[in-house]
Ligand binder design. Structure first.
Ligand SMILES: NC(=O)c1ccc[n+]([C@@H]2O[C@H](COP(=O)([O-])OP(=O)(O)OC[C@H]3O[C@@H](n4cnc5c(N)ncnc54)[C@H](O)[C@@H]3O)[C@@H](O)[C@H]2O)c1
Length: 350
């Protein structure tokens, strides 16, 4: 390829840095512009990665002046929609961080802008690129654990000291179930399909100064009579985890994005000897197989490679705007259920 794919990155602090680190590792790509309302983050990244990008504090000015192919949006959540819509309208592909937006009508506007521009819109649902979760999906699809009957995932992350630049995470509009557990919900949707109904309970015992509840448990009805559960905590006293358990009629998968081994529990076949990697369980009725997957919980490089495959070769993009919006639709129903104390049907408008 003669000409490199030209990127602009908007939002250059914590996760913008992850995008910049990933893009700089891809030989077909280059970063030509950086934008942040706090220009010191552009300067930091420029130095850290030896870039020669132009800096902006106003994304509209950047979109007017720069001829780029892709805009990566890693701003605080509330800026996702305006930056994404402006970039799409200016004729650029966009990769926008999760959650796609805090409100469903904003997601709809973003999808409309993508449809009208004919440009690609990718949402950074990065769990779909974590090696353990990819393996888990493959095992389920190959029928290794039989038919699913219960799936659960969690987003347990202590937010103390992680408020973000200008304290944006501690926003009454940013429910943790949308901002954080969109990962767990997207993962279960990806593996078990679109849930149709949810009942959720929340409390507020950990982050007393936070403007919204810090803990939520949501039960959901998935297709094919599968029950699901998502636990969200942003004040928990433990290491970050997205432990996920998938129960099937022939076995169970336990996978955690921070653990290199996926556990596959399968029924023991009477008389069969234990092979390497098999550990007898206490029950003696199942065998635990450890499958090494490695830890890459934020596989942003694979996200960008996937996007480039679509931009360059026209491959279909799975984590697109519609998928991002469906995840936000589930999150919004969970928030509503916890607030109203009633089960809520999940409406998918896209
Ligand atoms: N995929 C993941 O696992 C993951 C992990 C962390 C964060 N995120 C997401 O990434 C995004 C950024 O999170 P973060 O932790 O980097 O936050 P951060 O506060 O460290 O960085 C956000 C940056 O955006 C800049 N910004 C805000 N509004 C802007 C605007 N209108 N124009 C230009 N710059 C603007 C801020 O100045 C700041 O530098 C959020 O949407 C967050 O939810 C995703």
């Amino acid at each position: 390829m003669d000409k490199k794919i030209r990127y602009a990155v908007v939002g250059c602090s914590n996760f913008g840095r992850q995008h910049i680190a990933a893009i700089t590792k891809i030989s077909e790509a280059e970063i030509v512009a950086l934008c942040d309302i706090h220009p010191e983050y552009c300067e930091e990244r420029q130095k850290e990665f030896g870039l020669s990008a132009r800096f902006y504090t106003d994304y509209n000015e950047m979109l007017e002046k720069e001829d780029v192919d892709i805009v990566a949006v890693a701003t605080s959540d509330k800026a996702h929609k305006p930056v994404t819509v402006a970039a799409l309208k200016a004729g650029h592909h966009v990769i926008c961080e999760k959650p796609m937006a805090l409100f469903l009508d904003e997601c709809e506007e973003m999808v409309k802008a993508a449809d009208e521009s004919g440009k690609l819109l990718m949402i950074g649902q990065v769990c779909r690129y974590a090696p353990g979760f990819m393996k888990a999906k493959e095992l389920v699809e190959n029928g290794v654990i039989g038919e699913l009957y219960f799936v659960e995932s969690e987003y347990a992350h202590d937010y103390m000291g992680r408020e973000g630049v200008d304290n944006w995470r501690a926003d009454p509009d940013r429910e943790p179930i949308i901002g954080g557990a969109c990962h767990a919900i997207d993962l279960l949707r990806w593996i078990a399909g679109n849930p149709t109904e949810t009942m959720a309970y929340s409390n507020h015992k950990m982050l007393s100064d936070w403007p919204v509840n810090d803990t939520t448990v949501a039960i959901m009805k998935f297709p094919n009579n599968v029950i699901g559960k998502v636990f969200t905590s942003i004040g928990c006293k433990r290491n970050y985890t997205m432990r996920t358990v998938l129960y099937g009629t022939k076995g169970t998968i336990i996978v955690n994005n921070m653990d290199p081994d996926l556990e596959l529990h399968l029924e023991k076949i009477e008389g069969a000897p234990f092979a390497a990697g098999q550990i007898p369980n206490v029950s003696e009725k199942t065998i635990k197989h450890l499958i090494y997957c490695g830890v890459n919980s934020h596989n942003v490089i694979m996200e960008h490679r996937t996007l480039l495959d679509s931009v360059i070769d026209g491959k279909p993009l799975e984590t697109n705007g519609r998928e991002g919006a469906r995840t936000v639709a589930v999150c919004a129903a969970v928030v509503e259920s916890a607030k109203r104390g009633v089960p809520v049907k999940i409406e998918y408008t896209l």
